[in-house]
Every structure is written in C-alpha cells, then in structure tokens.
Design a protein around this ligand. Structure first.
Ligand SMILES: Cc1cc2nc3c(=O)[nH]c(=O)nc-3n(C[C@H](O)[C@H](O)[C@H](O)COP(=O)(O)O)c2cc1C
Length: 189
C-alpha cells in the first residue's frame, strides 16, 4: 500500500470515544449537576478504575474536586440532545437535570446524583488528580455499578447495545451500527 498519509500537528484525534454524563454535587453545598465528558476511559481492572479529564474552569471541576465523587452515566443514542446540552451549558446558571428532563437518582455508594435514563452508571470516588496542562486528570475508583433491569436479556446478560450505542467522533455524535463479532471470535474454531 502506498505511503501517502498526510502528517498533521499533534492533536486529540483519537476516535471514536464515549461521551458520558458525569453526575456531581448533592454534597458540600452543591446542588446536582451534569457535565458531558469525552476524555474518559478505563485505566485499571482490579481495582476497577477510570479516568476523566476536566478543565479547571468547568463548574463540575470545582464540585468533583471538593466532593471527591461523581457518577459516570453511559447514555444511549436517544439521549444525544441531552449529552450535547450538558456539554455546552454550565450548571452555574442552569439546572441541567431539569432543563433536559432527566431524573436524578441517589447514588448507592456516593452522594453524587445518577441519571435514571442512562442504562449503565458507574459510581466513582476520586483517588488522585494530576494537572496535565489544559485539563486535570481525575483518577477514580469505580465503587459500584448500577444497571437498568430493562437492558438485561432473557439469559441474564446485560445488553447495553439494546437501544444502540452512542459514540463521539471528531465533533459528531454517532449511533454505532453493526456488531462485527464477540471477544475472541478471531481465534474461535
Ligand atoms: C461532546 C462533548 C464532550 C466534552 N468533553 C469534555 C471533557 O472531556 N472535559 C471537559 O473539561 N469538558 C468537556 N466538554 C465541555 C463541558 O461539558 C462543558 O464545558 C460544560 O458546559 C461544563 O459544564 P459545567 O460548567 O456545569 O461543569 C465536552 C463537551 C461536549 C459537547
């Protein structure tokens, strides 16, 4: 194959990535807030951990720094409007749960609110914060996982893809399509 790729300056081109709704607040005098985050990923299996990168100027940065907790709610494609809204409007001025008609549920192991309409919620406690430059990296332990029973199939398997999978790619929101295989299918006889 011809080596004709074009070089671009370094930038955050990794895609597709998740776009998640972090629930925060309900503690230390803060009311419930939501922030959309795309710089999010799993970083360890045992203990289960994830990272989120948040700019210092976000209202949620102050909330999560002070409370040390957040919920990571994985949205489905029908929530794309809310995902975008929570990513362009600040909770300093607007109650985003109310504006997006989302239901705040109490966390089980954290004070931060969780989003009822998201079928999967990871309850997280911050263990470390690292200043990187534009963003601060929050390393957090997943202390509890909440799933909606409507997404569990007859065999007892949790099927997050039941109503599609939402992804973020270079400024666009996508409903991921066709399943191509399952873990290990390339070597299965
Ligand atoms: C798709 C999408 C992804 C985003 N990802 C991040 C992110 O990873 N980190 C971040 O600091 N802000 C991110 N933002 C911007 C914040 O969500 C946005 O500034 C939000 O209004 C902050 O809300 P707050 O002030 O209530 O905390 C993203 C926005 C969108 C629309």
């Amino acid at each position: 194959m011809a080596n004709n790729k074009i070089s671009w300056p370094p930038s955050t081109q990794l895609a597709p990535v998740p776009a998640v709704l972090l629930g925060c607040g309900n503690a230390k005098g803060y009311s419930a807030n939501l922030i959309t985050v795309a710089w999010c990923g799993i970083i360890n299996s045992d203990p289960a951990m994830l990272s989120v990168s948040i700019r210092k100027e976000r209202y949620s940065h102050a909330i999560i720094s002070e409370t040390g907790e957040f919920s990571c709610n994985i949205p489905i494609p029908s929530l794309a409007h809310a995902v975008d809204y929570c990513g362009v409007v600040s909770g300093r001025k607007v109650d985003k749960f109310k504006a997006c008609d989302l239901t705040a549920l109490d966390g089980e192991k954290i004070s931060a609110p969780t989003v009822a309409e998201c079928p999967l919620t990871l309850e997280c406690k911050v263990v470390e914060v690292k200043e990187l430059g534009s963003h601060d990296l929050f390393l957090a332990e997943i202390v509890n996982v909440r799933v909606s029973p409507e997404f569990i199939d007859e065999k007892g398997h949790f099927d997050l893809a039941r109503e599609g999978l939402l992804a973020y790619c270079h400024g666009g929101y996508y409903n991921l399509g066709e399943k191509l295989g399952s873990f290990g299918f390339s070597v299965k006889k």
